[in-house]
Design a protein around this ligand. Structure first.
Ligand code: GUN
Length: 282
């Protein structure tokens, strides 16, 4: 039996509707600032979606497009201004930044309660301590999509392919919090297939188009594909969808899987950031 498709648009729409309702009941609009440096075409598209969706749910949104050649100091100054800006409750600085800019320095300058991406050391540290505050949106998206299947996570073998700070590591932490047995694989892992074949839950976020084939997947597994790659003018995930759907139990498509869910989680984080800033959440 072919896999059931996990429809990210459908799952995210419930979250979006809840956010819209919540925003309607608020005296002040949640404010999100979106910062883009340079003109990486993929980043421009992602940032465009974030801006559009945030306006759709009734947020106040400020977008900043900085020149590719912007100085680190100027970017730090903008982050600092946004930290002080009372209309802005959450901000994101789209990654990757140009190589000459120290990403950690920029992220660390964001006030933790305005860190809508959950990338600052304070928010990632809280996640490690099982004291979740603002958690990276893509990791939250993966977990919600897994939960949407109704399959119990506790005690399952979860394999995360990719060890980035923004997806792989936080996703592994969230799955551990759900009592999965988690393995993290990466570009230097030997015999990747031996690990992935063992996964009841397989999350792939390594940026290699169609890396995962059906002979690497356990029959009935939940497969979450975070990859967005451009292959011959088309978008492809890190999972060979047409091939893997023959054996997986559940699978996310690309596009239409993790992407829309990530945006919903970013918006949810922004509302949370506003509540944290006002001391509603502790
Ligand atoms: N680049 C790829 N994914 C993300 C994300 O979730 N947030 C930011 N800021 N940059 C990214």
């Amino acid at each position: 039996m072919p896999a059931k498709i996990i429809d990210g648009k459908e799952v995210s729409s419930k979250f979006i509707e809840d956010i819209k309702k919540k925003v309607k009941g608020l005296k002040e609009k949640p404010g999100l600032a979106v910062v883009l440096v340079g003109n990486n075409p993929a980043s421009e598209i992602y940032v465009g979606f974030k801006e559009k969706k945030s306006q759709e749910v009734g947020f106040y949104c400020e977008r900043y497009n900085l020149d590719e050649g912007v100085k680190e100091d100027e970017l730090l100054k903008l982050v600092d201004e946004l930290n002080q800006n009372k209309k802005i409750h959450g901000m994101i600085v789209q990654l990757p930044l140009p190589k000459r800019i120290n990403e950690n320095l920029i992220i660390d300058a964001i006030l933790p309660h305005k860190d809508a991406d959950g990338f600052t050391p304070v928010n990632l540290g809280n996640l490690v301590n099982d004291n979740n505050m603002l958690v990276p949106a893509t990791a939250r998206a993966c977990l919600e999509l897994i939960k949407s299947t109704g399959v119990e996570i506790k005690g399952r073998n979860a394999v995360v392919v990719g060890r980035s700070n923004i997806v792989g590591k936080p996703t592994a932490l969230l799955l551990m919090q759900e009592n999965a047995t988690v393995t993290i694989c990466h570009s230097k892992t030997k015999n990747l297939k031996e690990h992935t074949k063992n996964a009841d839950i397989l999350v792939v976020a390594c940026g290699k188009a169609k890396l995962i084939k059906k002979n690497m997947v356990k029959p009935g597994a939940i497969v979450i594909d975070v990859g967005i790659n451009r292959v011959a003018g088309k978008i492809a995930g890190d999972v060979d969808f047409e091939n893997v759907k023959e054996v997986a139990g559940y699978i996310t498509p690309v596009p239409g899987g993790v992407g829309p869910m990530t945006i919903a989680m970013l918006l949810d984080n922004t509302v949370k950031a506003m509540e944290l800033g006002k001391g509603v959440l502790k």
